[in-house]
Design a protein around this ligand. Structure first.
Ligand code: MN
Length: 199
């Protein structure tokens, strides 16, 4: 887990994985494109969770969200910051072998682009400052998730940095739609978790 981001991006990612055993992408930083990538991967590992990833500085900043996103602004979802992932990881869907780090099934649950939505500084600089300060307001343009969101850091000390993922009030907010129940198939291949697991 990043502790005050002393670990250089992607080193932790590479250290945790044996690329002779897993088909996950290797640790390569990419040049930042005009639009920043966003993805959520549903990950059935030892515990089911949803990995939210936002591109910044050529890597995917990542949070494991045990219950997944909620469209209800009254609901706060725990989001545990995890190691940066390569941008190539956004197209990874499949199985990680049992016994390897993160062993289990990965589904691309949503994807698209994101942008910083804070009002003090614009663009990447504002996003970096927001993450440093512990409040990141952002807008998602995914296939499934859209509109404004915020990540708020609640605990910096200790092993894992904990954040809360909260939907902001806008026309996409809903207190009645459970998106994790509504969307049970891959946004890319249309496969269920079981179909992905069966390869
Ligand atoms: Mn995961």
């Amino acid at each position: 887990m990043p502790k005050g981001r002393k670990t250089p991006a992607l080193e932790e990612y590479a250290r945790k994985r044996d690329f002779t055993k897993t088909a996950e992408p290797r640790a390569v930083r990419r040049r930042t494109a005009a639009k920043l990538a966003y993805v959520i991967q549903k990950h059935e590992a030892s515990r089911l969770h949803y990995d939210l990833r936002l591109e910044l500085d050529g890597v995917m900043r990542s949070w494991a969200v045990p219950k997944g996103p909620s469209m209800d602004p009254a609901v706060k979802r725990l989001a545990v910051e995890v190691e940066d992932h390569p941008v190539d990881y956004n197209s990874f869907e499949g199985t990680i072998p049992e016994g390897e780090y993160g062993g289990g099934t990965v589904m691309i649950w949503d994807r698209g682009t994101w942008e910083y939505a804070g009002d003090t500084t614009s663009g990447v600089a504002g996003a970096k400052r927001g993450l440093e300060k512990g409040t990141l307001e952002f807008t998602l343009a995914g296939k499934r998730l859209k509109g404004n969101w915020v990540l708020i850091r609640t605990r910096r000390a200790g092993k894992a940095q904990q954040w809360l993922l909260i939907k902001q009030r806008d026309r996409y907010a809903s207190g009645t739609i459970d998106v994790t129940e509504k969307y049970l198939k891959s946004v890319v291949t249309g496969r269920t978790m079981q179909a992905i697991a069966e390869g």
